[in-house]
Design a protein around this ligand. Structure first.
Ligand SMILES: [Zn+2]
Length: 351
């Protein structure tokens, strides 16, 4: 799918059931399970045999992890078990120790299990560091289906974002503002578009977290996770305004979000600014069951307005590549219109 021009691999990805129970038989011993405390309490009993231990993630700060590395139990392989943070820390440990890695995503909320680098924080800023290719990514239907539905559904953000990314990249091309190492590439855009189409076609199955929906979204995220590397560490066909809105909201509000909510809000904001299929994107996000009303993510419309009023200086200070945020006027009137459209579809928030 969609990789006629890519020369890099996507990670070996296995779908099935009862996959956790096979880990003791296949992982190089003793194996270390990198996970979150709640997941270990729920799923830990599957990991029998020669276990080096669970490593329960308590930080994704890169310097803190590097300092801690020597105290983490010696092991023959690393198993990442989690949504985003645990699989990122598993990559970091496996990459640092040059050990075999097995990844088991427990929800579809982000595409971290399918990417080469670990998204760690340095001084509060995300940086993608290290390099690790798993032996396999195991997508267990029953494990995924047991995650909260909103975690799974919100993973569509990692693919719907292509829509706004492409509009930004075209704009940058037209303005002569593409980064020198990332000139506009229609082939990359077309490849991403074909992946986006599979998710839009499967949106009801993804909402239902059916087996077909899991296959559709995880196969799309598999492409998305690898394409940053496979395109020569180029993110322009997969990320733009929508993720910048998320970064800015995180910075201005100081809150932690379920990734897909602010990113999907950013998809609508970016599509409106570009006047490019905003209603269609909003309808898809509503249909899949991701609530992008600010109140649903614990912030207010005033927070959104304040964030957007400062977002141009934010993207410039952060050194992010050219997007509609560099030139659009994000006025109070824009926020009023954004709210009107979103509440027109979701209704006003009633707590
Ligand atoms: Zn994302």
């Amino acid at each position: 799918m969609a990789d006629i021009l890519a020369t890099g691999h996507e990670f070996t990805t296995i779908y099935g059931r009862g996959l956790l129970a096979e880990i003791p038989a296949i992982a190089h011993r003793p194996y270390l399970v990198v996970t979150m405390p709640d997941l270990w309490a729920k799923l830990g009993k599957a990991f029998t045999g020669d276990l080096a231990g669970p490593y329960l993630v308590h930080t994704i700060d890169g310097d803190a992890l590097a300092a801690e590395l020597a105290t983490i139990p010696a092991c023959g392989s690393v198993v990442g078990l989690g949504g985003g943070q645990a699989v990122d820390v598993a990559k970091f440990i496996a990459g640092s120790r040059r050990l075999p890695l097995f990844q088991i995503p427990t929800s579809m909320s982000v595409n971290a299990a399918f990417g080469h680098r670990a998204g760690l924080r340095y001084g509060g800023h995300v940086r993608y560091v290290g390099y690790a290719v798993p032996e396999a990514v195991y997508v267990d239907f029953d494990v995924i289906a047991a995650a909260p539905p909103q975690f799974n559904r919100s993973g569509v953000c990692e693919v719907l974002c292509y829509h706004t990314a492409h509009a930004d990249w075209r704009l940058a091309r037209d303005r002569g503002r593409t980064p020198a190492k990332w000139p506009y590439d229609q082939r990359l855009v077309d490849a991403a578009k074909s992946v986006l189409a599979t998710v839009l076609d499967g949106i009801e199955e993804i909402r239902d977290v059916s087996e077909a929906g899991i296959r559709t979204l995880m196969t799309a995220n598999r492409w998305g996770g690898a394409t940053f590397h496979n395109a020569g560490w180029n993110p322009c066909h997969i990320e733009g305004t929508e993720h910048f809105v998320f970064y800015a909201l995180e910075r201005f509000t100081g809150r932690k979000f379920l990734h897909g909510q602010p990113v999907c809000l950013g998809v609508v904001i970016g599509s409106m600014l570009h006047a490019d299929q905003a209603d269609e994107m909003l309808a898809a996000i509503h249909r899949v069951g991701v609530d992008i009303r600010p109140e649903a993510m614990g912030i207010s419309w005033d927070d959104v307005a304040a964030t957007l009023s400062g977002i141009r200086s934010f993207v410039r200070e952060a050194g992010l590549w050219y997007s509609i945020l560099d030139e659009a006027e994000l006025t109070p009137a824009f926020v009023v219109e954004l709210r009107r459209r979103i509440e027109g579809v979701y209704g006003p928030w009633r707590g």
